[in-house]
Structure formats: structure tokens, C-alpha cells
Design a binder for this molecule. Structure first.
Ligand code: ADP
Ligand code: 5GP
Length: 226
């Protein structure tokens, strides 16, 4: 009856550092083999057990700036401590046209740029249940220095003020529930009427003719039974 647009969905996920974006995105892609997380370039150093080419592509400032000149980024921003972070545009359209949903885990500035370039994207904001809990998660992750944690915590206030610019907000209290909500958002977005390319019903006259024939057969049976 319906031919749908088979394009994947571009999903932007933002929220303050430590709110749980990576945790939720990771769990979501484990569940959905039609969804992938875009790997960003960054000029910051790897932390904890982060792996180059998996968590980020860790590159030099010179290389990043050359890629900006060469127009290799869908968006980029200077986030914490004057470090560059950017979404390589390579593969994005190819993956979307193959029906893969792509998650961009990016800051509010990057999200604003995507909104201008790709109004078809879906914007999800992950909110911590409270600032107290955010603080605990940032400290508990044990991947940043005290200064880095303070910087991220300060930035969180500015970021949370941008929530109304997003389409959806998820308060990440329980991980399982939050992943279910992300999954539901994707399912809802796939049901949007603007994804319909064609509605085909068959020939009306023929269908009505068939209906009358079917009806007569049913009627005949009823008479026979009574
Ligand atoms: P982000 O990617 O937003 O910076 P992370 O995914 O790294 O955040 O999560 C920060 C910390 O909080 C991690 O230690 C993670 O295990 C933990 N965490 C994430 N979501 C929850 C949750 N719903 N409940 C408790 N701890 C969580
Ligand atoms: P972290 O250093 O904690 O990994 O990330 C810091 C911030 O940079 C987070 O808000 C994260 O979402 C954001 N970020 C990561 N990759 C990108 C990117 O490609 N573009 C933009 N604009 N922000 C990014």
C-alpha cells in the first residue's frame, strides 16, 4: 500500500559531558543493526582506554585545519580547552542512502550547524536527572583531571539551556529505560508521513468489482447454511 523512503535517519545526540550519551548510543547500536555511530575527528588526546579510529580519530591540529580547508567536515566546533571536534562528511550520505541511521554525538554548536544544513535530522537532548548526579557521573567516570571535570561541569549549564532547540529530551535516569526511549524515537520517526514516497491502492473499479464478487460468494454460503 505504501512505498516508504528507505533513507536512514540522521540523529543528533547532545547533552552535557557525563550525562550518558556514549553509554546510551553504544547500547542502542548493539540492539539495532540498522544504526551506526559516526566517528568524529578530534585534536584532543585519547583518555582512559579510548582507541584511535573507534572512539575518535585522534589527529593533529595541522591535519584538522587542513581538512577544514578541504571542506571535509559536515560540521566542526571548538569545544573544551580549545580542542577541535568535527564530523567527517565522508560516508554520511552513502550510509544514509543504504538505509543506515547515523548517530552524531556532538555538542550544541555542532547541532546548530547540522540544523541549518540538514533540517531532516532528528535532534535528541540527553539530560542528567540532576546536576548533583551529573557531578557524580563525571567524577565516577575517572577519565578526566579535576580541571577538565570543572570545565565540563561549567559548560553543562550553558548546554542545558539549549534543550528547547531539540526535538526530543530524554532524562537519563535508568539506562535501560533511556535506551528504550531512544529506540522508540527512531521507530516514531520512521512512521512520519513525510517519509511516504507513494501510496498505491490498485484500480478502484476493479477492487469494487472483486468486492462484490466476494460478497456474493459469502452471501451464497450464508443462504446455503440457513
Ligand atoms: P557522556 O558520553 O555523555 O560524556 P558517558 O556515557 O561517558 O557520558 O557516561 C558518564 C558516566 O556515567 C559513565 O561512567 C557511565 O557509565 C555512567 N552512566 C551513564 N548513564 C548512566 C545512568 N543512567 N545511570 C548511572 N550511571 C550512568
Ligand atoms: P569528549 O571530549 O568528552 O569526548 O567530548 C566533548 C564534547 O565534544 C561532547 O559534548 C561531544 O558531544 C562533543 N563532540 C564530540 N564529537 C564532536 C563532533 O564531531 N562535533 C562537535 N561539534 N562536537 C563533538
Amino acid at each position: 500500500m505504501i512505498k516508504e523512503n528507505e533513507q536512514g535517519i540522521l540523529i543528533v545526540v547532545s547533552g552535557p559531558s557525563g550525562c550518558g550519551k556514549s553509554t546510551l548510543d553504544q547500547k542502542l547500536v548493539e540492539r539495532r543493526n540498522d544504526t551506526v555511530i559516526s566517528i568524529s575527528d578530534t585534536t584532543r588526546s585519547p583518555r582512559g582506554d579510548e582507541v584511535d579510529g573507534v572512539d575518535y580519530n585522534f589527529i593533529s591540529t595541522e591535519e584538522f585545519e587542513q581538512k577544514i580547508k578541504d571542506n571535509k567536515y559536515l560540521e566542526y566546533a571548538i569545544v573544551h580547552s580549545n580542542k577541535y571536534y568535527g564530523t567527517p562528511n565522508e560516508h554520511i550520505d552513502e550510509m544514509l542512502s543504504k538505509g543506515k541511521n547515523i548517530i552524531l554525538e556532538i555538542d550544541i554548536e555542532g547541532a546548530r550547524k547540522i540544523n541549518e544544513k540538514r533540517p531532516d535530522a532528528v535532534f535528541i537532548f540527553i539530560m542528567p536527572p540532576s546536576m548533583e548526579i551529573l557531578k557524580k557521573r563525571l567524577i565516577g567516570r575517572k577519565t578526566e583531571t579535576k580541571e577538565q571535570i570543572v570545565e565540563r561541569f561549567k559548560t553543562a549549564y550553558k548546554e542545558i539551556n539549549e534543550v528547547s532547540k531539540y526535538n526530543y529530551v530524554i532524562v537519563n535516569d535508568d539506562i535501560e529505560e533511556s535506551v528504550l526511549k531512544m529506540n522508540s524515537i527512531i521507530e516514531c520517526e520512521k512512521c512520519r508521513v513525510d517519509r511516504i514516497e507513494e501510496v498505491y491502492l490498485g484500480n478502484q473499479e476493479e477492487m469494487i468489482h472483486e468486492l462484490l464478487v466476494d460478497f456474493d460468494k459469502e452471501n451464497y454460503k450464508e443462504k446455503k447454511e440457513s
